[in-house]
Design a protein around this ligand. Structure first.
Ligand code: FES
Length: 143
């Protein structure tokens, strides 16, 4: 049997980066996959439009943990605009791929980043991301 997960996925699953929480985060996003019940929470520290720190907690499968870990690494140091362009495919690619049946787990990571930015914008400008809804709650899943 071939290994279903890349070395990078296993590394981020076994040694997730940026796990935990911060004091008074500027933006908090919590998203869940209604099918499997997995939940991800992302906290961001944002200074002058730049994400200077990111922390996450994921109550979920290995792929969800690995993708949230990688997503925090990818958005740190990025502007809000750049972070909003982060797709779940890009996160999965950065991990050298995910098995097709686990791709939906990476959607949680993309959603959690966007949800945290949405929260930040609501708090600071009174207006969130226009027309945005978590994909994990609107797309169909095949488990
Ligand atoms: Fe639920 Fe991966 S996020 S199985």
């Amino acid at each position: 049997m071939g290994a279903p997960y890349s070395e990078k996925v296993m590394d981020h699953f076994m040694h997730p980066r940026n796990v935990g929480e911060m004091e008074n985060p500027d933006g908090v996003g919590r998203v869940g996959n209604p099918i499997c019940g997995d939940i991800m929470e992302m906290q961001l520290r944002i200074k002058e439009g730049v994400i200077v720190d990111a922390k996450f907690k994921t109550f979920g499968c290995g792929a969800a943990i690995a993708t949230s870990s990688m997503a925090t690494e990818m958005i740190k140091g990025k502007t809000i605009e750049e972070a909003l362009k982060l797709t779940n495919q890009a996160v999965a690619e950065a991990l050298d791929g995910l098995p097709p049946v686990k791709m939906h787990c990476s959607v949680l990571a993309e959603d959690a980043v966007k949800a945290a930015i949405d929260d930040y914008l609501r708090k600071t400008t009174g207006k969130g991301l226009e027309g945005w809804k978590p994909r994990s709650e609107t797309e169909e899943h095949k488990h």
